[in-house]
Write a protein that binds this ligand. Structure first.
Ligand code: SAJ
Length: 419
């Protein structure tokens, strides 16, 4: 089939490449010409394991080409961002623009799939009214479904194939058409439901994770005050067959967990208490890390602080909603503190110096923000030669307290009330 995919970002592009390498003819659309030109040369501008190889194969086969405007197709997939506004509401402008952009190209028998994460009601209240401008009979001549993406950055290509998939069609025919389409590459189970339920399922999956992380972050604060090591509590509790505590840390980032719960809160303020509070707990974690940094450097004049890792999580190049950026914002306001950043996944950022040994010259405190693989193999003996004071704040429980203390570091683990 011919598929037109609007939005060639973290979801649209892997999906396009996947369909293209499974025999479909794909026109990828993005407003960003840099992205479009790169793809047409078989290259990518984002970091995701194996995506470069797949895009290259897809483009070389002739099944994938990119452009800045849509064209006629059998199926249209909308995979544009749904960010959050300042006042914590879903910004649906990209979905709106994408939907409007395909209206002139819609023909009887076409299918429109919304993959973007959206507040419950989006398909009926926003998408369908736009699609109706085509004068096609919705559900009869034009089939519509919400099939939310649920893949984990860093494992996108594996999870696109192996994860179960939700398809929320506006009627049975829409469900069946979309199911047979995704069946070309999905090996997981495909669950059919209505559009509104699909919208809520997607939001609740990320909310479940956010609330669980908030629970353990709250526990981490309590443990620190009571002189208990939260990491030990989590390790032991999780031996129970029905307990699965998540991992505490410096906060929750990314364009999903830090955003999606607000899409539920938005129109349910009177009922969504736990969900809202969890968001607030996680959003406050960077302040706690900042306070800890202040405490650890209080007796040093003009302390130099090195932040290792600033992305929203390990082994990705994505900075969206990263809690580490909030810590940096707070540190910046403190004119006495000198900041240096090391992140092998980032090429361009203020204070960035990816030569670790140069960055730590005369440093007093190393803060591990993100547990990238690269930071597992650090030569701490070399660090000792360059630093002024030997303090470490590990927010991810990546390193061994015993080993670092034996080398002469003052090692602090976030959430460990015993150190
Ligand atoms: N985090 C913790 N503690 C944990 C787990 C994560 O603090 O125990 C933090 C991470 O450091 C990061 C944030 O949470 O800052 C989010 O990371 P993540 O790995 O939990 O999730 P994402 O945002 O990369 O991807 C999520 C996934 N959702 C679920 O697992 C329910 C993914 O499957 C979704 O497709 C994706 O959101 C999305 O696009 O919605």
């Amino acid at each position: 089939q011919k598929i037109c995919i609007i939005g060639l970002g973290y979801i649209g592009l892997p999906t396009a490449a996947m369909f293209a390498t499974h025999g479909h003819s794909i026109v990828g659309v993005d407003v960003n010409e840099v992205v479009v030109n790169a793809i047409n040369q078989g290259k990518i501008v984002i970091e995701e394991p194996y995506l470069d190889i797949m895009v290259q194969a897809a483009v070389t086969s002739g099944n994938l080409r990119a452009q800045t405007y849509p064209e006629e197709a059998d199926v249209f997939i909308i995979a544009v961002p749904t960010p959050i506004t300042e006042d914590k509401k879903a910004d649906m402008s990209y979905v709106e623009q994408a939907a409007n952009s395909i209206v002139p190209y819609l023909k009887p028998g076409n299918t429109v799939i919304l993959e973007s994460t959206s507040p419950p009601g989006t398909v009926y209240d926003l998408l369908i009214p736009i699609l109706e401008k085509s004068s096609l009979k919705i559900g009869d001549e034009l089939f519509v479904a919400h099939s939310p993406e649920r893949v984990l950055p860093g494992r996108i290509l594996v999870e696109l194939v192996e994860n179960n998939r939700i398809i929320g069609g506006i009627n049975e025919k829409s469900c069946e058409i979309v199911k047979s389409l995704y069946s070309t590459f999905v090996r997981g189970e495909i669950f059919l439901t209505d559009a509104r339920t699909a919208e809520m399922c997607k939001l609740m999956e990320n909310t479940y994770r956010d609330v669980n992380i908030a629970l353990v972050n709250e526990l981490s604060i309590i443990c620190e005050r009571l002189g208990i090591n939260v990491w030990e509590v989590v390790r032991i509790c999780n031996k129970h067959p029905r307990v699965n505590l998540h991992l505490p840390g410096p906060g929750v980032g990314g364009h999903c967990l830090a955003v999606d719960p607000w899409f539920i809160v938005e129109n349910n303020r009177q009922d969504a208490n736990l969900i809202k509070m969890a968001r607030e707990i996680n959003d406050n974690m960077p302040i706690r890390v900042y306070n800890k940094i202040k405490k650890l450097t209080q007796n040093i004049s003009n302390p130099k602080v090195i932040i290792l890792g600033i992305t929203y999580k390990a082994d990705v190049d994505d900075l969206r909603e990263s809690p580490i950026l909030k810590i940096i914002d707070l540190l910046e306001k403190d004119k006495n503190i000198e900041i240096s950043i090391v992140d092998p996944h980032i090429k361009n950022f203020k204070y960035l110096n990816n030569n670790l040994f140069e960055a730590v010259k005369c440093a007093d405190l190393i803060v591990l923000g993100v547990n990238h693989q690269e930071f597992k193999e650090i030569d701490f003996n070399m660090l000792l030669k360059h630093m002024r004071n030997y303090i470490i704040l590990d927010t991810r429980n990546m390193w061994s307290q015993k080993e670092l203390e034996a080398l002469g570091f003052n090692y602090y683990l976030l959430g460990n009330g015993t150190n």
